[in-house]
Design a protein around this ligand. Structure first.
Ligand code: ADP
Length: 487
């Protein structure tokens, strides 16, 4: 568009300028010479215009020369014609044999006298006239005739072309000047346009790039145009924001890793210290009865199990990060699956004084496509948290399973400490632990729910939480029912 304007504008300006100049000059020529000629004629054939000026008188002289040549010797007649021609930038000259006997303008005649042709040689080249160049140009019309005494005579009408040329010259020079002005104006506009729409934003982009090169990702590049440069600025801004996000994520990731390492060392150290203590107790004979020894060994086993779970979670998390969880999707009868699951953990929960209330409203034939092992990991994580964050002497765990059309919805509700409202949106993020100081005693990596979320999403389901501090937490998740296709 801009380039089109830059081409169209000078053409338009030049046309307007040329049109105005030509019409002004044509008018002035028409007024000065009293001829009715159009612009094209004035420009292309100015001599023709002047030629027309004297045509009438020339015809009169021609007729007189042919029919009554004696009249041409009449000084009054010739003077009269000559004075008429004077207004038309012309004059009469008359030659008798080789001598000029009349000159309407002697000065000018002497200029061209030598160029005038001899009797009988007269030849026209411009519509009955003859162009005589010399130092200054003239248009000459001539007519041969015989004087009464028989001598050869020629009568000339000589028009001074110099009178017309100033106007033509002015026309040309004004046109050239206005063309130059238009060109300069267009070039200035073009430079201004290039500066405003290209150089300025390019400079801003360059500064933005050098800021990014120096590590400052806050420098925002804004453009208020919607041309190519504007789009480039937008892309650049998008790139900057993306880069900033990547770097922020990376920084956060590195901080998370540091925190994870510190958590892991803490979480590994606690059971290890206990194992060390009980093992030393056994060696030193502190456990002196078989019951005590049994208790010590059970504790060592339980702590070793905690460590094993933690290490397992870590190695699984590493797989999540590289997207290499080895899923094995199968059609599972979800009702039977949960029945078995509950049976398996029921005893453990009973020992911990946790009552389990189980509502399963699914049809017997309801199936989902899932990886049984990974699904187990999710259930264990959620129930493990319910147990871990239980602050009441009597725990109540409600497990409800509903049919919600294409999906099965599982709800696991506990009556534990609950999660503060501000933390709920983040608990599914990796390493996130609500109330870290409180939770540090409980162990855990902050990975359990992040792993669960990833697994449920890989099953095309959703997971979310509802919680109230002091009342309890409900974790919901959905699983898509099987349509016979196993991914
Ligand atoms: P963690 O290993 O710390 O348990 P999770 O990812 O399993 O990590 O859980 C993240 C955080 O969510 C926990 O640190 C805890 O603060 C909170 N949370 C999860 N489940 C419960 C629950 N049932 N009751 C109270 N808080 C919970």
């Amino acid at each position: 568009m801009a380039f089109f304007i830059m081409i169209a504008m000078p053409i338009m300006l030049l046309s307007i300028a040329a049109g105005t100049i030509i019409s002004l000059q044509t008018n002035s020529i028409q007024e000065s010479y009293d001829v009715d000629a159009n612009t094209v004629q004035v420009i292309t054939n100015p001599i023709q215009i002047l030629n027309r000026l004297t045509r009438g008188i020339y015809n009169e002289i021609k007729l007189t020369a042919l029919k009554e040549p004696q009249k041409l010797e009449n000084a009054t007649f010739i003077n009269h014609l000559n004075s008429e021609l004077a207004g038309r930038y012309s004059f009469i000259a008359m030659r008798k044999d080789d001598k000029f006997i009349y000159a309407g303008n002697e000065g000018k005649l002497s200029e061209i006298q030598k160029y005038l042709q001899k009797f009988g040689e007269y030849n026209t080249d411009v519509d009955g006239g003859m162009y005589v160049s010399g130092r200054s140009p003239f248009l000459v019309k001539a007519q041969d005739f015989y004087f009464q005494d028989g001598s050869e005579g020629t009568v000339f009408i000589i028009t001074d072309l110099n009178t017309l040329f100033p106007q033509i010259k002015a026309l040309v020079s004004q046109t050239v000047i206005s063309f130059l002005l238009v060109l300069i104006f267009t070039a200035l506009m073009l430079m201004l346009w290039i500066y405003r729409s290209i150089l300025k934003p390019l400079n801003i982009l360059r500064i933005g790039m050098s800021q990014i090169k120096d590590g400052d990702l806050e420098y925002s590049v804004q453009s208020d145009t919607d041309d190519e440069i504007g789009l480039l600025c937008e892309d650049f801004e998008e790139m900057r924001i993306r880069l900033k996000e990547l770097i922020d994520n990376r920084i956060k990731y590195e901080e998370d890793i540091k925190e994870l390492i510190s958590n892991i060392s803490h979480d590994l150290k606690t059971p290890l210290t206990a194992i060390q203590g009980y093992a030393e107790g056994l060696i030193d004979g502190v456990a002196d009865s078989p019951e005590k020894q049994e208790k010590y060994i059970q504790t060592i086993l339980s702590k070793a199990n905690d460590m094993s779970i933690l290490v397992d979670e870590l190695s699984f998390y590493a797989k999540i990060d590289c997207n290499t969880i080895p899923y094995s999707f199968k059609e599972i009868n979800i009702r039977e699956y949960f029945d078995d699951c509950l049976e398996e953990i029921g005893l453990d929960l009973e020992v911990k004084n946790i009552e389990v209330q189980y509502y399963n409203e699914l049809d017997h034939g309801t199936k989902v496509v899932a990886d049984a092992e990974q699904l187990k990991r999710v259930i264990n994580n959620i129930i493990g948290n319910a147990v871990k964050y239980l602050d009441k002497s009597k725990g109540v765990l409600q497990i409800r399973i509903h049919d919600i059309g294409n999906y099965v919805q599982i709800e696991i509700e506990d009556n534990g400490v609950g999660i503060p409202k501000a933390d709920i949106p983040y608990i599914f993020e990796r390493f996130y632990r609500a109330d870290a100081s409180r939770n540090s005693k409980k162990g855990g990596s902050g990975l359990g729910l992040a792993i669960s979320k990833k697994i449920i999403e890989d099953h095309s389901g959703k997971i979310w939480a509802v919680s109230e501090v002091g009342v309890g937490t409900t974790i919901f998740f959905t699983l898509r029912k099987s349509d016979g296709n196993i991914k």
